[in-house]
Design a protein around this ligand. Structure first.
Ligand SMILES: C[S@@+](CC[C@H](N)C(=O)[O-])C[C@H]1O[C@@H](n2cnc3c(N)ncnc32)[C@H](O)[C@@H]1O
Length: 262
């Protein structure tokens, strides 16, 4: 898809109507049980991303496309000062309600676009995205990410990729139709274009057969079976990715990191 075809009004209008932490159903109600979602985020790609951030106590983190705030809450609970930015004012209102109700501190919410960040140069120790680069004009967004990173800072992105066969089947048969016009999934070519903006960088792929574990997250909502099946399938995936490196191209997710030198 031509990235310039991802229309901004369409994006914010759509996300304003999806107040579901799984980012799936168009539900007019503000979710009250968002905090129950936190444990589903204890998954290998997210945990690897958090490890890349190191000790985040007292660090300033910008989460672009914070959505309903699940990651922002996790990071703030670890002691970071989190700025959650999102295109959807309605989603931010929902997050604001949740953080007030649960007396969660350390989160500042800003409505805006990741392609024109409303922050001065060198503002953040860490910039984080989770399934958001796919909705943005990537060349513009990556330039902005580099700009707002402090020297020594790191960008960490957890993003879905383009060629996983089952993920694509799901995207065609079951995912909201709108996703087809608002998402442009990540390829290795995109990752190479990100490298140009950083002084050191890398990426690691996740979920080939362990894609199946997410049935227990997205369809059946069974946390125990979700974690148990990941415990079995994730080591098999790690082995497969190690012995057959080209398999990374058809992984479901990638975690990319790029560091700005001091
Ligand atoms: C798939 S959801 C992911 C939300 C969240 N990161 C998570 O992990 O649940 C994509 C989010 O990105 C936001 N978004 C889309 N385009 C954006 C842009 N250009 N700038 C900022 N946020 C954007 C949407 O409003 C939505 O909340």
């Amino acid at each position: 898809m031509d990235q310039n075809k991802i229309e901004k009004p369409k994006q914010s209008e759509y996300w304003d109507s999806v107040l579901d932490p799984q980012n799936l159903s168009e539900d007019e109600e503000v979710p009250v049980n968002l905090l129950s979602e936190l444990e589903f985020y204890e998954a290998p790609a997210q945990e690897f991303a958090y490890d890349l951030m190191g000790d985040i106590e007292g660090k300033s983190i910008l989460e672009i496309g914070c959505g309903l705030g699940v990651n922002a809450i996790i990071l703030a609970q670890e002691g970071a000062q989190v700025t959650g930015l999102d295109l959807s004012s309605r989603r931010l209102e929902a997050v604001s309600e949740i953080i007030m109700e649960n007396e969660i501190s350390g989160i500042n919410l800003v409505c805006g676009s990741g392609e024109t960040l409303p922050f001065p140069d060198e503002s953040f120790d860490i910039v984080y995205t989770n399934a958001v680069m796919i909705h943005m004009d990537k060349p513009k967004a990556i330039k902005e990410i580099r700009r707002v990173l402090k020297p020594g800072g790191v960008a960490v992105m957890v993003e879905p990729m383009k060629y996983h066969p089952l993920a694509n089947l799901y995207r065609i048969l079951m995912a909201p139709r709108m996703w087809r016009t608002i998402a442009d999934y990540i390829t290795f070519k995109d990752l190479e274009s990100f490298d140009f903006h950083f002084d050191s960088y890398g990426h690691k792929e996740f979920y080939f057969i362990s894609f199946l574990s997410f049935y227990w997250q997205f369809i059946m909502r069974n946390l125990l079976l979700f974690h148990k099946s990941l415990m079995i399938l994730q080591p098999i995936d790690s082995l497969l990715f190690r012995i057959i490196p080209p398999l990374g191209r058809v992984a479901w997710f990638t975690v990319y990191w790029g560091r700005r030198a001091r």
